[in-house]
Design a protein around this ligand. Structure first.
Ligand code: B16
Ligand code: MG
Length: 218
């Protein structure tokens, strides 16, 4: 197949910010009087802030008014932003920068497709703001993953056909979004959780444009 663009999720693919989301959600849960385990946190990967809050409140058996929900989500976000303001390029996951540069060298467009409204801040902190040809984040989209909107927008902004795009995702909802967009989906992480992906890799340590091309030619 011809590949014109590679689209990357942020949290869990480029950098592991899930641990900071977890710290902030757990702090909120504890304040409300219940515990929030790492297993609970798995359910929040790739989905929006408000959807995450709904799941957390369900776990704690708590119901809030719409206004309280907005206020509570803002409080969680303020803690999260506080945690991520200290991240550095050292936290970029292994092999990512080499792979991005390799793609650029081979004239493949690269885009970011992240549900996070904090993606801009994170990219700035890890010094990857200028490498992407397009950045689609939670501020630009109206429909959350598994809706394909985010990846279709990335394809549009890089002038690539959907069928010529490859998406790298660590969350089930993200793999579904890529499949719904008619793109090749590559899961990053656990093959059992990401069983709907066309292919699953453990990370980018040995990843290259040459290898990707070989895989996709089978
Ligand atoms: P924010 P991704 C997602 O990022 C996270 O995986 C998910 O846990 C989070 O709730 C969501 O962003 C929204 O983040 O609260 O910062 O807007 O994986 O799509 O890069
Ligand atoms: Mg993710």
């Amino acid at each position: 197949m011809k590949i014109s663009a590679c689209i990357f999720d942020l949290d869990g693919v480029i950098v592991d910010t899930a641990k900071y989301h977890y710290l902030a959600w757990r702090r909120l849960a504890r304040e409300m009087g219940f515990d929030f385990s790492p297993e609970h946190n798995e359910q929040l990967k790739g989905i929006s802030r408000m959807q995450s809050l709904e799941i957390l409140l369900q776990i704690g058996g708590i119901s809030l008014t719409d206004a309280e929900m907005i206020d509570t989500a803002q409080r969680k976000n303020a803690w999260y932003v506080d945690y991520i303001t200290t991240i550095t390029p050292d936290e970029i996951l292994p092999g990512v920068v080499n792979f991005l540069n390799d793609l650029k060298k081979n004239h493949i467009k690269i885009a970011l497709g992240s549900a996070s409204k904090n993606a801009g801040l994170i990219l700035q902190r890890i010094e990857l703001k200028d490498i992407f040809d397009a950045v689609i984040d939670g501020n630009k989209i109206t429909k959350a993953k598994p809706d394909p909107e985010i990846f279709l927008m990335a394809a549009q902004e890089t002038a690539a056909k959907s069928s010529e795009c490859v998406v790298f995702e660590d969350a089930q909802a993200g793999i579904e979004a890529a499949n719904n967009a008619g793109m090749v989906s590559i899961g990053v992480g656990d093959p059992e959780t990401l069983e709907q992906a066309d292919l699953v890799i453990s990370g980018f340590s040995n990843m290259s444009w040459k290898l990707l091309k070989e895989w996709l030619s089978h």
